[in-house]
Every structure is written in C-alpha cells, then in structure tokens.
Design a protein around this ligand. Structure first.
Ligand code: FES
Length: 142
C-alpha cells in the first residue's frame, strides 16, 4: 500500500492506494473527476495534474505531451502515472471547475457580443436617392 495525499481546493485528503495504481484511478476512486476525454489512453493530454513523490518514470506519452517546463514543475498525465509509494497530487477541485465554467461562460458571452458589435458596424453603403429599402433588403438590417 502507498499513501497518496490529494490536494484540491486548498484541502488535503490522504488516501491509501495499492502500489502500482494509476493516479487517474486513485483520483476517480476518491471522488475526483479528472478530465479524461480519451478514456485514459494517453492521447488527449487533458488529465494533467501536478504530482510528486514515488511515481513511475515519465512515460513515452508524457515525454511527448509535456514541455520541459511542465516536467520541471512536476506536471504528469494522471492516466499514465503509477503510484509506486507515498506521493502527493494536486487535483482540480470543485472550486477550480466552477471557475473554469465561469471563464468559459464569459468567453462565450464576450464572443457573442463582439460578433454582434462587428455585425452592427459592418460597412453598408447608404441608399442612393430614389432607392427604397425594399430594393435592398440588407439595408433594412442596418
Ligand atoms: S485521459 Fe487522455 S491523456 Fe490521460
């Protein structure tokens, strides 16, 4: 058995895990939901966590996915990292997920507002004398 300390939202949760377990499995079994769109195949690179301690060496997928700065900072792919002994991991907690959702919502809202502003300010030639809006339906939209 190994002791894994999971940090999320500023709190530490110590759990006992089988030595050799995947970090992603340990997180899932302790109620965390790492982002894993590829299902743990080491392809999507979304399951990044920061981890340290007795962990397996970097896998080929991690060497390919992580920059030297990320490796230096202890970033790992949770689906490719095995827990060999006592270790710690920082997981995205509920607070972090809420903040990420809020940022995505703001980004979407800003994009829509910018598109509306752009559409409202797109150059449209004025009607010429004698021309009616019915003859140029796009002039109605301005
Ligand atoms: S879950 Fe896709 S790379 Fe880990």
């Amino acid at each position: 058995m190994a002791r894994l300390t999971i940090w999320a939202d500023g709190r530490a949760l110590p759990v006992e895990v089988e030595a050799g377990a995947l970090l992603s499995d340990a997180l899932l079994h302790s109620g965390h939901r790492p982002d894993m769109p590829c299902g743990g195949r080491g392809r999507c690179r979304k399951c990044r966590v920061q981890a340290s301690g007795a962990l397996s060496p970097l896998s080929a997928a991690e060497l390919d996915a992580l920059s030297p700065a990320e490796r230096e900072a202890g970033v790992r792919l949770a689906c490719c990292t095995r827990i060999l002994g006592d270790a710690r991991v920082t997981a995205a907690g509920d607070d972090m997920r809420k903040q990420a959702r809020a940022v995505r919502g703001l980004r979407k809202q800003l994009t829509e507002e910018l598109e509306a502003l752009y559409a409202a300010h797109t150059f449209r030639p004025a009607l010429t004398a004698g021309e009616t809006p019915a003859a140029r339906p796009e002039a109605d939209e301005a």
